[in-house]
Design a protein around this ligand. Structure first.
Ligand SMILES: NC(=O)c1ccc[n+]([C@@H]2O[C@H](COP(=O)([O-])OP(=O)(O)OC[C@H]3O[C@@H](n4cnc5c(N)ncnc54)[C@H](O)[C@@H]3O)[C@@H](O)[C@H]2O)c1
Length: 248
């Protein structure tokens, strides 16, 4: 990742923040893009100091097309291009489907699916001009498995998995790769709302016998973003401790 420029949406926390840190360790310049301005800016300032001025923060809400456009325009201006994007911003959402209102359903779709498209479109516009680039969308085990009380989340993540295939086919002739990553349950603030019994239940679904760590997903992103994945496009790399392998 030496001298590459990377944008990580949702980079102020959890999987995104771990990915920012791993990219910096591997020599990239990294933009943390996030809704959370104070968290994002303070992480960026600390990491910028530690990694020779290679980390910056840009406020961006992925539900706002203009903000996404600005994020890419400013990054190109300041870093000279965009080599890799982790399209990672997302929210959780657990509720009985018969009780979910339109607003709640549409909000999850607008961030977790439409937001992924807005960022993908902006990334492809820049990468097509460059004739190169790697876009990695954040899906989930719940993009390929169902879960009770998660209709909007699973619909969005399933959409991300198949949108990734379509974008990959479209982008391949232009020198751009598009993949997704499918984390199992990862120990991040996204799981903070769950009680101990629920966490134990989730652990038991992973043959490896624990939750994942954010940096384990970050390592998957790094592979897909890097030239080491030069013949990999249209796939979803599961980083899930065996969750999707089947039942024991
Ligand atoms: N943690 C898990 O178990 C798990 C499992 C599978 C997939 N994922 C996916 O991984 C991604 C990262 O999740 P995480 O666990 O690190 O969560 P997290 O809550 O720690 O981080 C998510 C980040 O996204 C940002 N964000 C939310 N809405 C945004 C918006 N509209 N615009 C810009 N930024 C926004 C938040 O501010 C936050 O910094 C998500 O797409 C999530 O669905 C997580």
């Amino acid at each position: 990742m030496q001298r590459k420029s990377v944008i990580v949406t949702g980079g102020a926390s959890g999987i995104g923040l771990a990915s920012v840190e791993r990219c910096l360790e591997e020599g990239a310049s990294v933009v943390i893009a996030d809704l959370e301005e104070s968290e994002g800016a303070s992480h960026a300032a600390a990491l910028d100091g530690k990694h020779a001025g290679r980390c910056l923060f840009k406020a961006c809400d992925v539900t706002d097309t203009a903000q996404v456009g600005r994020l890419f325009a400013e990054t190109v201006e300041e870093l000279g291009g965009v080599d890799a994007v982790f399209n990672n911003a997302g929210i959780g959402g657990i509720a009985p489907s018969d009780e979910v209102g339109d607003e709640e359903f549409l909000r999850i779709i607008d961030i977790n699916l439409n937001g992924v498209f807005r960022v993908a479109r902006a990334a492809l516009r820049v990468m097509y001009r460059q004739g190169s680039g790697s876009l990695v969308n954040c899906a989930s085990i719940l993009g390929v498995f169902g879960q009770s009380q998660a209709a909007a989340y699973t619909a969005a993540k399933g959409g991300v998995v198949n949108m990734t295939r379509s974008l990959a086919i479209e982008a391949a002739p232009k020198g751009v790769r598009v993949n997704a990553i499918g984390p199992g349950y990862i120990d991040t603030p996204l799981l903070e709302a769950l009680d101990d019994d629920m966490i134990q239940g989730l652990i038991s679904l992973h043959p490896i016998g624990r939750l994942g760590r954010p940096e384990e997903v970050a390592n998957g992103f790094l592979f897909l973003a890097s030239d080491e994945a030069s013949f990999v496009t249209g796939t979803t790399l599961m980083v899930d401790g065996g969750f999707t392998a089947g039942k024991s």
